[in-house]
Design a protein around this ligand. Structure first.
Ligand code: IPE
Ligand code: IPE
Ligand code: MG
Length: 244
C-alpha cells in the first residue's frame, strides 16, 4: 500500500460510496450475480484499509437500499447472508484498528440473525477512537428524513420541543447520521449518474465523483484519482471563492 501525495487538509474527511455494478461485473464473466456481490464485499475491506490508512476517518458504504427488496428473493437472501458473513469476518480487523462500526437504515426489517450480528459487532467496536465505518443497510434517504420528521413530531406533540426550535442543525441531529460529518466526497461506480435514494439531506454540498468501473474492479488507483480530483475542486458553499 502506497502513501498518498495529497496533503491531509486537502483530503476528504468523509467519503460515501454507492457501490454499484456487482451484478454486471458477474454477468460479464458468466457468473451468478451473487459472485459479483462477494467480490464487491472484498473491495469494501481493501478500500477501507487504504482510505483509513491515508487518514480519511469516515467511510460510508451503501450496501442495500430500501428499494433493493424488489429484487428476486434468492438475491436478497444471498445478500443478507453475505452481509452477515462479511461483518463477522471484518470484526477483528475493526477492533485491531480501533474502527467503530456504524449501521444506518431500517435495521428492524432485516433478518433476526443479521440484526443480532450488527448489534454484536457495534458493541464490540464501540470503544474505537476516531475512525468510523458506516454501512447503509436497508437505507433510504427518504426513510431517514421521514424517521426524523416522526421523532420530531412526537417531541413537539409532547411539548418537549417548540416548532421555533426546528432548524437545520436540530433536524440533522435527528437523522441517522447525527454523529457523522457530512460527506465531502460521494463516489458512485458503474457509470450511473444518480443518487438512488442514498444520503439526500446530507449531500447538499458534497462533491460528486463518478466512474464507469464496476464496484468489484474499483481499486486504490481509482480512489487516488477521486481524491486528487477532490483536492482540485473549489468548494464555495454558495459563497465566493476568496472569502467563502
Ligand atoms: C450493487 O450492485 C450492489 C447492490 C445494489 C446490492 P448491483 O447489484 O446493483 O449491480 P448491477 O447494478 O445490477 O450491475
Ligand atoms: C444503489 O444501487 C443501491 C446500492 C448500491 C446499495 P442500485 O443498483 O440499487 O440503484 P439503481 O436501481 O440502479 O438506481
Ligand atoms: Mg445496480
Amino acid at each position: 500500500m502506497e502513501e498518498i501525495e495529497i496533503p491531509k487538509e486537502k483530503l476528504p474527511k468523509h467519503i460515501a460510496f454507492i457501490m454499484d455494478g456487482n451484478g454486471r461485473w458477474a454477468k460479464e464473466r458468466n457468473l451468478p450475480r451473487l459472485m459479483g456481490h462477494r467480490e464487491g464485499a472484498l473491495v469494501v475491506e481493501k478500500i477501507s484499509e487504504i482510505a483509513f490508512n491515508w487518514g480519511i476517518n469516515y467511510l460510508t458504504f451503501f450496501a442495500f437500499s430500501t428499494e433493493n427488496w424488489k429484487r428476486p428473493r434468492e438475491e436478497v437472501e444471498g445478500l443478507m447472508k453475505l452481509l452477515d458473513e462479511s461483518i463477522d469476518k471484518f470484526k477483528d480487523k475493526l477492533i485491531e484498528n480501533k474502527i467503530k462500526l456504524k449501521v444506518i437504515g431500517n435495521i428492524e426489517e432485516l433478518p433476526n440473525y443479521l440484526q443480532r450480528r450488527i448489534k454484536y459487532v457495534i458493541e464490540e467496536t464501540k470503544t474505537g477512537e476516531d475512525k468510523v465505518l458506516t454501512i447503509a443497510l436497508n437505507y433510504g434517504g427518504r426513510w431517514d428524513i421521514l424517521q426524523a420528521v416522526k421523532r420530531i413530531a412526537l417531541q413537539v406533540r409532547d411539548n418537549k420541543l417548540q416548532i421555533e426550535d426546528i432548524n437545520e442543525s436540530l433536524f440533522s441531529s435527528f437523522l441517522s447520521t447525527f454523529d457523522l460529518p457530512e460527506p465531502d466526497l460521494l463516489i458512485r461506480t458503474s457509470g450511473e449518474y444518480r443518487i438512488s435514494n442514498f444520503l439526500l439531506w446530507q449531500i447538499a454540498y458534497t462533491e460528486l465523483w463518478f466512474t464507469p468501473k464496476y464496484w468489484p474492479d474499483f481499486n486504490e488507483e481509482d480512489l487516488k484519482k477521486a481524491c486528487l480530483d477532490f483536492a482540485q475542486r473549489k468548494r464555495r458553499f454558495g459563497g465566493l471563492e476568496n472569502n467563502a
